[in-house]
Unconditional design. Structure first.
Length: 308
């Protein structure tokens, strides 16, 4: 049994779909019963777990051959760091009590850096806690997710400008489609005998892009002229707070992008394996623009709940 936590997220859903295409049994672990039907249609077993409760996590993992774990950073939580640390502790307790043969944890580029990287520092703490687990483990570090640009599409279409925390907008950075992260995760789960007992794997798109290219892709998808602009550093906090994020979460985002712009977020040299997705920003925007008007105006970051 392949057990996927966070199955309703973009990456989790992609992993589930890839595993089902491979014909293996999948248990999709959810928090909300309303999300179950699509996974039942895929032929999945469905389980539920509160990620702060190790007993529920262990129950969801029972009988697993391989487990994929996501520890999300809650955006609206007044104390997101403490909440994520409690999640990591709960997952750690479950993993140590009954370690699955194979573990894949979704992590971030820059997770090897011990401090000063905002949200990514929490993924560093997660990786450190799980360094000595008995499971054969892979830490899958992903670049910034392309689909998170959906959060600024309404503002870009309304104003003709695409605001960005990436400074300068001509600087190339790694980015990846969530579907490609899920596909790589599924491949690693299925090929668990290759590599070492503990693997670090980094995944990004086929090539690095800058914000000007992102704006051009949005122009092609929308048929409107869009210009990339740097959101001034002094406006970051106000912009994020106005989007409904807690002050503590805002601090994590600001620290993350300061680290990005200082060149501290990248592939760990000399250690990480590399994987590359094939999905382009044009392909992602083709699916985002029709429904983008309903998205909230939030500068792009990582996967839902975090990131990731």
């Amino acid at each position: 049994m392949y057990v996927i936590f966070g199955a309703s997220g973009n990456v989790g859903r992609a992993t589930v779909e890839a595993l089902r295409r491979a014909g293996v049994p999948v248990r999709a672990v959810l928090r909300d019963e309303r999300c179950a039907r699509p996974f039942e249609r895929l032929g999945c077993e469905v389980a539920y777990a509160d990620m702060s409760r190790s007993v529920e996590i262990a129950r969801a993992m029972a009988g697993a051959r391989a487990v994929q774990i996501l520890c999300p950073v809650p955006r609206d939580d007044p104390q997101p760091e403490e909440t994520m640390r409690r999640t990591i502790d709960a997952v750690s307790a479950a993993l140590r009590a009954a370690p699955p043969p194979v573990l894949l944890a979704l992590s971030d580029y820059g997770a090897e850096v011990p401090s000063g990287t905002g949200i990514t520092t929490l993924f560093h703490e997660m990786e450190e806690q799980w360094r000595d687990l008995a499971s054969r483990s892979s830490m899958l570090r992903s670049a910034e997710h392309m689909h998170n640009w959906a959060r600024v599409i309404p503002a870009a279409l309304a104003t003709g400008t695409l605001p960005s925390f990436h400074h300068p907008v001509s600087k190339h950075f790694p980015t990846v489609a969530a579907s490609d992260v899920g596909g790589v995760a599924a491949a690693l789960l299925l090929d668990s005998e290759s590599g070492s007992q503990r693997r670090i794997v980094s995944v990004e798109g086929e090539r690095r892009i800058d914000v000007c290219e992102v704006a051009q892709a949005l122009s092609r998808a929308s048929g409107r002229d869009i210009e990339a602009i740097e959101l001034p550093r002094g406006e970051w906090e106000r912009t994020l707070l106005s989007a409904g994020m807690s002050p503590a979460y805002v601090r994590l985002i600001v620290e993350l992008y300061d680290a990005h712009n200082a060149g501290r977020i990248d592939v760990e040299p000399g250690l990480s394996e590399r994987r590359f997705g094939e999905t382009t920003i044009d392909t992602v925007f083709a699916g985002l623009v029709p429904s983008g008007a309903a998205a909230r105006i939030v500068p792009p970051g990582h996967d839902e709940g975090a990131r990731r």
